[in-house]
Design a protein around this ligand. Structure first.
Ligand SMILES: [Fe+2]
Length: 308
């Protein structure tokens, strides 16, 4: 699989200079200034505890005052909150729907550029991306890749193996056989007690298929992961906190940074939860994940984007 780190030249081509010293990576961690570029198991800090941040479903470009009157400013508030965290995360990852779906390619491009500018204000060492169906389903991720690089890839941090899967660029909402084969080959290199974290946009299990809250061939991914004893999945798409297990594999859905969605199947139709003036930003937030690199589960902590 080819990967495309977001380097300075790419940013210049996209008209996005001025992003400071931040290392923006999507794909193999091949940039020399990234702390993740070495085999984590061999590096001196390999046994340190660490944390990372998951941001999801930003939907930049969405507008609707009754849903989010601060649709232009919510991402910036999240960036400021993450930059203010006491412990600097090892990396920040956006788990899809960076931009809100739009057919007009020029508008889509401007949304992706605006997103990249905003993400560039994160002070984390590394920022990673993956697509949601809003970003990638209209052109199978072609424009997304120009901005953000590969759509499925792996990286290692302090002895933990991270796998980013694309279950959105195929309009059929599948991972597909090719990516599944790639995943099998990647996993075959690991011991069955390896610590593995998987990022997806859609849930891998059938949370609520009537609302597109599933991956059609997600079970085949779960089957491939099952022999591994330490697997945690973090995903987005459903715009709310949700925790589920398939056997020993934990699945944690993250909040959105644009609008909340109702609990699975709780309403006849899926629609954004209206803004509550008495409790602004309710249901919007970001996630920090604490990780011991030696053992124990990866525990998510979901935080409001604006504290009450
Ligand atoms: Fe979304």
């Amino acid at each position: 699989m080819s990967t495309t780190p977001i380097d300075r030249r790419t940013l210049m081509r996209l008209g996005l200079s001025g992003l400071g010293g931040l290392v923006l990576v999507s794909g193999m961690p091949s940039l020399g200034s990234s702390a993740e570029g070495t085999d984590a198991a061999l590096s001196p800090g390999a046994q340190d505890d660490f944390s990372f941040v998951q941001l999801s479903d930003v939907h930049l470009g969405f507008s609707g005052a009754r849903v989010n009157p601060d649709s232009q400013g919510t991402l910036d508030k999240a960036v400021a909150a993450v930059n203010a965290l006491d412990k600097r995360p090892e990396f920040v990852i956006f788990t899809g729907d960076l931009t809100h779906l739009v057919e007009d390619e020029a508008v889509r491009k401007s949304r992706m550029a605006a997103f990249m500018e905003a993400a560039g204000r994160l002070t984390a060492k590394t920022v990673r991306f993956m697509p949601g169906e809003h970003d990638a389903s209209l052109d199978r991720g072609e424009m997304y890749q120009q901005f953000f690089g590969a759509m499925h890839y792996t990286f290692d941090v302090k002895g933990v193996h991270f796998i980013v899967l694309d279950n959105v660029s195929d309009p059929a909402a599948v991972i597909g056989q090719q990516q599944l084969d790639w995943l099998k080959a990647d996993l075959a290199k690991l011991k069955t007690d390896a610590r593995i974290v998987v990022f997806t946009h859609r849930p891998l299990f059938d949370l609520y298929p009537q609302w597109d809250w599933n991956t059609k061939d997600g079970q085949s991914v779960i089957d491939v992961l099952m022999p591994y004893a330490n697997v945690t999945v973090f995903y987005g798409h459903i715009h709310q906190e949700h925790h589920h297990s398939t056997g020993h594999i934990q699945h944690h859905a993250a909040l959105s940074l644009m609008f909340a969605l109702p609990a699975p199947g709780s309403l006849p139709k899926k629609a954004p939860v209206p803004w509550d003036p008495a409790s602004p930003y309710k249901g919007l937030g970001y996630r920090t994940v604490a990780a011991s690199s030696r053992q124990g589960p990866f525990l998510p902590l979901d935080l409001p984007v604006v504290r009450a």
